[in-house]
Design a protein around this ligand. Structure first.
Ligand code: TRP
Ligand code: ZN
Length: 471
């Protein structure tokens, strides 16, 4: 990669910047006008990119299940937050055929999971620009630091894309970090007879040539890259409207479509109604679920993909149990609408979702909230590290993020009292609706609900390493 300036010119330029910026200069100006290869996430340093903010993705995907080949065109509309001679997109594998920026061919290079783009004309700070990437290849299945898989799963009748934490880069180029949410139009063209299910709402289904069908899905609400999905294959699709007037689209792989799974999925309207009673209005325009059978490798986890969470359909029936359904649907508020600012804030997702499971079990006549909290407290695994500071990337989905994350909420409920805590449960999703929030945002927000000093509570339950003597 050719540098625009010889390195020795940099200090001079920095000095000039200091003079020009005066007291308001933050010292972070980038004299080489290069977008950073990551946003500076402590756990995933290469995730996302610096220098721009994506507002909208148009993804046109053409998939051939027989060969496993994907042909894609991604159109990203973004805003530069600085002068940019070069910026990065995240992309793992695949072959890039052509990149244009505002219609002009850009120079590109690949380095690891970074696609470096040098536009023909530098972008000015604040410029809105359009990047088009034409790409193709066999999308990869990625292995995470904790050994689990994400990215692109080939199934026996199609494919399934899952992206938490950094798997979206396996199937489209983008700014793959939760801090940059955007709207999406995702169109998948697949052999006739197969269905393509994604996030948002289905806006069009069209025949293409004489043997293919395209499914156009639109997410107008902002979505983090890790929550984007596409599921391609044979699906039994049920479309309905809940008594709360929410459109549902539920897609179940026929091989997983047993009576017990259907019975669990039939409870979606009831669960969403119950969750709305706790967390306030459902944040999106539609809901549902995707159950996919993966003959060639198990996912091993459910994922709260936006609007319609994905459940692996290859475990013994039922493929979907009610508690997991409750967990993933609660993520629509905690994670999907209110998205962590960084991966270390993951407990804001999993702590809330686990706490919701505890409330549900109690609601269903199972263990009480106190009993669930007591068993989390007693579990050694939950005390491996403080929930707000996973020590490394492999710990991002470990037990403390879930169990101890939920214990933070349990302790808060005790400290604030149930009425104030119930208000907090409704107001937190409103305060950051369709946005991002950090742990510091949360602890500051909690102070509004009590005159008590909550610092000792957070010091023990959120940041502390030692297990207290008792719950
Ligand atoms: N979020 C998923 C759930 O709710 C679990 C999960 C899958 C996960 N992949 C992850 C959590 C990566 C953190 C990071 O069950
Ligand atoms: Zn979860």
């Amino acid at each position: 990669m050719r540098l625009r300036l010889p390195p020795r010119a940099v200090p001079l330029l920095l000095a000039g910047c200091l003079l020009a910026c005066g007291v308001s200069c933050t010292g972070t100006s980038d004299p080489s006008a290069t977008g950073a290869p990551g946003v500076g996430d402590r756990l995933f340093p290469d995730a996302g990119n610096g220098g721009y903010d994506v507002g909208h993705y148009t993804l046109d995907l053409d998939y051939d299940p027989a060969s496993g080949q994907l042909r894609g065109t991604a159109v990203l509309t973004a805003t530069a937050d600085r002068q940019l001679d070069r910026f990065d997109l995240d992309l793992a594998g695949l072959t890039v055929r052509r990149v244009t920026v505002d219609g002009a061919t850009a120079r590109t290079s690949r380095k690891g999971d970074e696609l470096r783009v040098s536009p023909a004309h530098p972008l000015r700070p604040g410029a809105r620009f359009t990047t088009t990437v034409a790409y193709q290849g066999m999308p990869r299945l990625l292995t995470d630091p904790d050994g689990s898989h994400e990215g692109w799963f080939r199934t026996d009748d199609g494919a399934l894309a899952l992206g938490e934490p950094v798997g979206s880069m396996a199937w489209f180029p983008g700014n793959d970090h939760p801090s940059d949410k955007a709207a999406y139009d995702i169109t998948a063209t697949v052999p006739r007879g197969l269905t393509a299910v994604s996030d948002g709402e289905l806006v069009a289904t069209r025949p293409v040539a004489d043997d293919r069908t395209s499914y156009h899905w639109r997410s107008t609400a902002p979505m983090a890259t890790y929550l984007a999905t596409v599921a391609i294959g044979h699906f039994d699709v049920t479309r309905s409207t809940t008594p709360d007037k929410l459109p549902l689209y539920v897609a179940v792989d026929p091989r997983s479509d047993d009576a017990a799974t259907a019975a669990a999925l039939a409870r979606i309207p009831e669960i969403l109604h119950w969750e709305q009673g706790l967390f306030g209005p459902y944040p999106f325009a539609s809901a549902g679920a995707i159950v996919d059978h993966l003959a060639r490798g198990r996912v091993g986890y459910a994922l709260e993909t936006q609007n319609r969470p994905v459940f692996p359909g290859d475990s013994p029936p039922p493929a979907v149990d009610t508690t997991t359904l409750v967990h993933e649907l609660s993520h629509q508020w905690f994670g999907d609408s209110v998205t962590p600012a960084a991966w270390q804030d993951m407990w804001l997702n999993e702590g809330f979702a686990t706490f919701t499971e505890w409330l549900w079990k109690q609601h269903e006549g199972g263990p009480s909230l106190d009993a669930s909290a007591a068993s989390a407290f007693a579990s050694d695994a939950d005390w491996a590290f403080p929930p707000a500071s996973p020590p490394h990337a492999a710990a991002v989905s470990a037990a403390p993020v879930y169990g101890r994350g939920a214990l933070v909420l349990y302790e808060l409920r005790r400290a604030l009292g149930a009425p104030a805590f119930d208000r907090l449960l409704k107001q937190w999703p409103v305060a950051h609706r369709h946005g991002n929030a950090s742990t510091a945002d949360f602890t500051a927000f909690c102070a509004r609900f009590t005159s008590r000093d909550l610092r000792p509570l957070f010091a023990t339950w959120l940041y502390g390493t030692a297990r207290p003597a008792r719950l």
